[in-house]
Design a protein around this ligand. Structure first.
Ligand code: DOR
Ligand code: ZN
Length: 440
């Protein structure tokens, strides 16, 4: 049988247990049309027997920064962000609403979609923000948004913890016919503000890199996670607790029964929380400042072990590009967040080859689970009829170098690190892109 493209190699599908033998994937246009052991003939052929072929990675948490104001386009825009995604093996992105003109109504969401359409090689979906004053807008947003984002801390969009039950019910009512997923940034703003006041009164309370983590302590995350668990299980929408930084948050989620009511509670983790600790923050200072902050080495190990046991549903980038000038302003003045798109595939290779994470788990947390959570039935698994989105990982040592990154912010928290693998091809809607990392 003839196809536009035939890709041949080992497929890692969710549930496949062991990596399949070599298979041929027949692709026509944007879709997978045939899977066969052998005999397929392609107009174009990609033979990657030594590599692992995953269903295209889906990043359900990224900040691409662009909106009609163009104010933050110097950090990233849809073109550079999508190039960085392809470099990192990501075929689909869900973009967060906290840009200078935040996505708080349908018109703002439409404007972002239009901007992205002509600029992006990958598909970008958009979250709408839930604030204390846009309840009336939520229903109109439900057609445009892939889901809703609630910030319990961090920046101008945050809502007070006491209005969270109301906000969740408003989202449920707004997306009544098709319950949309909700992502919640869990940090207790009140607790953070109390710490800030304490610091004002006593400047010596903490010094150096520890200060940021002290201002946003583990208790702040745990308090917000408790709040979400206590009021989210009654609604029909799925809820994802964003960027878990504290191992005990996982214990709280597990003990809660993960939403015995109508909703299911999910959680995600980022590469930086699995890789770095407070000692790294002490060395790299503002560069590694993120919200929620990095934690102790023992906590990092616990998170990584829990990830390996399959207790975390999604691996996300939380790609938060800020320029190097901004990140070197000093720990207190630097904005929080690190870029992660370009290096995502190499980080996944580190999980597989250096930490012993099973490729099948990667297929679930990077592709299958995010597709389910976002309601994207056309992707997340390599199967006939699904979109031809594939991430092809190669096992070879690669050093992260800023000159090779596609993100406009031009730097990586992993600069200089050597990872045991990289993305060879990212295939989006049947179109193969060659990732650009060279060997060290
Ligand atoms: O560190 C962070 N940076 N955490 C967030 O939740 C937001 C992000 C950003 O937008 O820069
Ligand atoms: Zn984020």
């Amino acid at each position: 049988m003839h196809h536009d493209l035939v890709v041949e190699g080992k497929i890692v599908n969710p549930g496949s247990g062991v990596v399949h033998d070599t298979v041929q994937i027949g692709i026509d246009g944007a879709f997978i049309t045939e899977l066969k052991k052998q005999g397929l003939i392609g107009e174009r052929n990609i033979e990657v027997r030594g590599c692992l072929i995953f269903p295209g990675f889906i990043d359900l948490h990224a900040h691409l920064r662009e909106d009609s104001s163009e104010k933050w386009s110097y950090k990233e825009d849809f073109r550079s962000g999508s190039a960085a995604a392809i470099h990192g093996g990501i075929t689909t992105i869900a973009d967060m609403p906290n840009t200078p003109q935040p996505a708080i109504n349908a018109a703002r969401l439409r404007a972002k979609k239009e901007l992205a359409q002509s600029k992006s090689e990958v598909e970008i979906f958009f979250y709408g923000a839930v604030t204390e004053s846009n309840t009336e807008e939520l229903a109109g947003m439900s057609k445009e948004a892939i889901g809703y984002k609630i910030f319990l801390a961090d920046g101008p969009l945050y809502i007070r913890q006491e209005v969270l039950p109301e906000a969740l019910r408003a989202v449920e009512a707004a997306s009544n016919s098709k319950p949309k997923p909700i992502v919640v940034h869990c940090e207790d703003q009140e607790l953070i503000e109390n710490r800030r006041e304490e610091l004002e009164k006593n400047k010596d309370v903490r010094a150096g890199a520890e200060l940021h983590s002290w201002l946003r302590p583990a208790q702040a995350e745990l308090s917000a996670v408790r709040s979400v668990l206590s009021c989210a299980s009654g609604i029909r929408n799925s809820v994802n607790i964003a960027h878990i930084s504290v191992y005990d948050s996982l214990l709280l989620i597990r003990r809660s029964g993960r939403g015995r009511g109508k909703a299911r509670i999910y959680c995600e983790v980022t590469p930086h929380h699995l890789f770095f600790n407070t000692d790294d923050l002490n060395i790299k200072k503002g560069l590694l400042k993120t919200n929620p902050p990095l934690r102790s080495e023992s906590n990092r190990r616990q998170l990584l072990d829990a990830f390996k046991r399959g207790e975390i549903d999604f691996l996300v980038t939380d790609h938060a590009p800020h320029t190097i000038e901004e990140k070197t302003l000093g720990l207190m003045d630097a904005p929080a967040g690190v870029p992660n798109l370009d290096t995502f595939g190499s980080f996944v290779a580190w999980l597989i080859y250096s930490c012993g994470v099973s490729p099948e788990l990667i297929s679930r947390v990077c592709s299958y689970n995010p597709a389910k959570f976002l309601g994207l039935r056309d992707r997340g698994i390599v199967e006939v009829g699904k979109r031809a989105n594939l991430t092809i990982l190669e096992h070879r040592s690669v050093k992260v170098r800023s000159e090779q990154l596609s993100t406009k912010c031009g730097w990586s928290p992993f600069e200089g690190y050597e990872f045991p693998g990289t993305v060879r091809y990212t295939i989006v809607n049947g179109e193969p892109f060659i990732a650009t990392s060279d060997a060290p």
